[in-house]
Design a protein around this ligand. Structure first.
Ligand code: MN
Length: 204
């Protein structure tokens, strides 16, 4: 088995009331687990089993649709769990806070842009905060399980914050009210982890 479902860093009900326990349980134990198992099945005999997930995604145009969809699903959800926390919310300070101000004008402007990216992604997909190759921040969105690491995506960069806007991520609690879900997400963002990912991305 090449890839393992990462351990959830908190229990299913930890993010309530913003994200409910039932959604977390199904999302993690069924959806993320499913992407992980299907990725491993798709990688069998491909010669890619020893590669990192980042290396696989960076050359995803050369691989099968099953690797693209399930490799994206594996990576995206692993990141998603890590950038949320029951102690999350608020605004980042330090270097990341400054970079957000420099790139978007203010934290509020960043939030507006990210919320718009999540809200206007038609159908299923993700909203992202990424570090571009020049070190600048950008807000983007991708369809399905694509992400900004992939060579098939137009605006590439290192994802440091990702929000799942598939209906499976919010429908039980929010039904069709995606904007309410996006707003609630801001109450659980783990800015400490995002800051860590930002520092790591700058060093690459
Ligand atoms: Mn999902």
């Amino acid at each position: 088995m090449a890839f393992k479902l990462p351990k959830l860093p908190y229990d299913y009900k930890a993010l309530e009331p913003h994200i409910d326990a039932k959604t977390m349980e199904i999302h993690y134990s069924k959806h993320h687990n499913g992407y992980t198992n299907k990725l491993n099945a798709a990688l069998e005999g491909s010669g890619l089993e020893k590669k990192s997930i980042e290396d696989i995604l960076k050359r995803v145009s050369k691989h099968s649709d099953a690797i693209r969809n399930n490799g994206g699903g594996y990576y995206n959800h692993s990141l998603f769990w890590s950038v949320m926390s029951p102690d999350g919310g608020g605004e980042p300070g330090g270097k990341l806070g400054k970079a957000i101000n420099d790139s978007f004008g203010s934290f509020e402007k960043f939030k507006e842009k990210f919320t718009a990216a999540a809200g206007t992604r038609f159908g299923s997909g993700w909203a992202w905060l990424i570090v571009r190759r020049n070190g600048k921040l950008a807000v983007t969105s991708t369809p399905n399980q694509d992400n900004p690491l992939m060579d098939v995506v137009k605006t590439k960069g290192a994802p440091i914050l990702g929000l799942d806007v598939w209906e499976h991520a919010y429908y039980l609690n929010y039904q069709n009210r995606r904007p309410d879900y996006v707003n609630a997400f801001f109450n659980v963002i783990n800015w400490k982890e995002v800051q860590k990912l930002y520092n790591r991305a700058l060093k690459k």
